[in-house]
Design a protein around this ligand. Structure first.
Ligand code: EPU
Length: 422
């Protein structure tokens, strides 16, 4: 088990570079098996989720070569193989192999997905989409078996009950090689979905309308990668460093951002009184003065991202007065960080589906546990703010999603280390 050890209370200063978006990367890697030729991804974050996806690819004899931030994936010798539980459970996004295998081979046998403990995460909309394309879906021994009819998948109109990121992506992966047109209504609009469409279209797919609520896909017989694809910057990592900079920063410049992807988040941070300045694709966060509490409600993109409610919480705790309220409409039970913050002296409570936050003059170091990626990011920032030593157990969850986080924070002057502990 990994432990993150932080000695807090030191101001951080300098420059930090944001990596490629985790939630794009974890879709692009499974999507690579749709290509008949080798794929090159640039700007790939060094995160544990990527290692786990490469292990899954190697089970199908897909070769990977990962140097610096360039990942080469060669699917030329791929064979269709069941992907049983085990590794599949190590990350939620392994369920993208369902759509990708279905699109490539007309069959997918994939263990039930795992992922963060953030409350119930059904996949009924993914299955509804596969079935609409003509596939049969069976659950057997903790595995999902999806089979296309002998004549292949056929395009369909699919109305999602909610704009699910995962279902939109999985349906896109299956539909790009289906016969005829697929229309996804009430599709998710996240930038990572546009990134995936760019990647697929550059391989010969015909996907239009991503970023709006209606996506139209014309099926094609074959996809071939011809040029490297550069992954968009991780807006959630950027938002996390913005919260860090506004709490313990003494002037931090965050490079490789797309400001528009952060609009809702920056609006809230600025409403609190944090001052930032954008210069092309970087953003400077000035040392914060007295901050005001705000209310936050998470929503699908372009709303305030659920993945940023926890990283922003330490910033709310640092406000001088008032009561902050967070309501997470996507994952109302994403509250695992609260008892851990209470151990650090935070005045924060979960009531019904609201999180209530009061100004906390000082956090103190404590032994806490990172139940999931974003809870871990929240505790890491709290640890950097706190007096004394904070030990975060289950820190592997932070490394699942934050690119070279120890190195980046050390470079800013933070006293942080990640160790192997029993
Ligand atoms: N939902 C259903 N049925 C479905 C699919 C979703 O009821 O078939 C519900 C979910 O329970 C949830 C809502 O719809 O309440 C939205 O879920 P969505 O499918 O959009 O989420 P996801 O695809 O499972 C991705 C990200 C999450 C992020 C959410 C919301 C990846 C790999 N994961 O999850 O990221 O929180 O979208 O934006 O892209 C993270 O990075 O920390 C993380 C958890």
């Amino acid at each position: 088990m990994k432990q993150m050890i932080i000695h807090g209370g030191k101001p951080l200063k300098g420059d930090v570079w944001i990596g490629g978006a985790k939630n794009s990367t974890v879709a692009l890697i499974p999507a690579s098996i749709l290509s008949r030729t080798p794929v090159t991804l640039e700007g790939v974050p060094r995160i544990a989720d990527v290692d786990n996806l490469m292990d899954l690819l190697s089970e199908m004899d897909v070769k990977c070569d990962f140097q610096e931030t360039t990942l080469k994936i060669n699917p030329e010798d791929i064979h269709m193989s069941p992907l049983p539980a085990g590794k599949i459970k190590s990350l939620r996004a392994s369920y993208y192999f369902m759509g990708a295998l279905l699109g490539r081979f007309g069959k997918a046998v994939v263990g039930f997905p795992g992922g963060d403990d953030i409350g119930p995460r059904p996949i009924d909309q993914h299955i509804k989409g596969f079935e609409a394309l003509g596939a049969t879906v069976k659950n057997q021994n903790d595995q999902i078996i999806i089979t296309a009819p002998t004549e292949g998948l056929k395009g369909a109109v699919i109305d999602l009950a909610m704009p699910s990121v995962g279902a939109t992506i999985n349906i896109m992966l299956a539909a790009v090689t289906a016969k005829g047109q697929t229309i996804i209504n009430n599709a998710a609009k996240e930038p990572e979905i546009i990134d995936l469409a760019t990647f697929l279209n550059n391989m010969g797919a015909v996907v239009r309308g991503t970023g709006t609520e209606t996506i139209r896909i014309e099926g094609v017989a074959r996809l071939e990668s011809k040029a490297p694809h550069t992954i968009i910057p991780d807006r959630i990592e950027a938002g996390t460093y913005i919260a860090l900079a506004a709490t313990v920063g003494n002037g931090i410049r965050i490079h490789n951002i797309i400001e528009e992807h952060l609009d809702s988040y920056l609006a809230k941070v600025e409403e609190m009184g944090v001052v930032t300045k954008v210069d092309e694709d970087s953003l400077y966060v000035y040392p914060a003065g007295d901050l005001k509490m705000v209310q936050v409600r998470t929503d699908p993109y372009p709303g305030f991202a659920t993945d940023l409610q926890q990283p922003m919480t330490p910033l709310l705790l640092s406000a001088k007065s008032g009561e902050g309220i967070i309501s997470d409409t996507i994952y109302p039970k994403r509250v695992g960080h609260i008892p851990e913050l209470q151990k650090m002296g935070a005045d924060i409570q979960a009531e019904d589906n609201f999180i209530l936050i009061h100004p906390t003059a000082e956090l103190k170091g404590a032994h806490v546990s990172a139940g999931e990626i974003r809870a871990g990011a929240c505790l890491m920032i709290a640890g950097l703010m706190a007096k004394g030593e904070t030990v975060i157990s289950n820190a592997g969850n932070i490394l699942r999603g934050y690119d070279r986080v120890e190195e980046k924070i050390k470079k800013l002057g933070g006293d942080i280390s990640v160790i192997d502990a029993n």
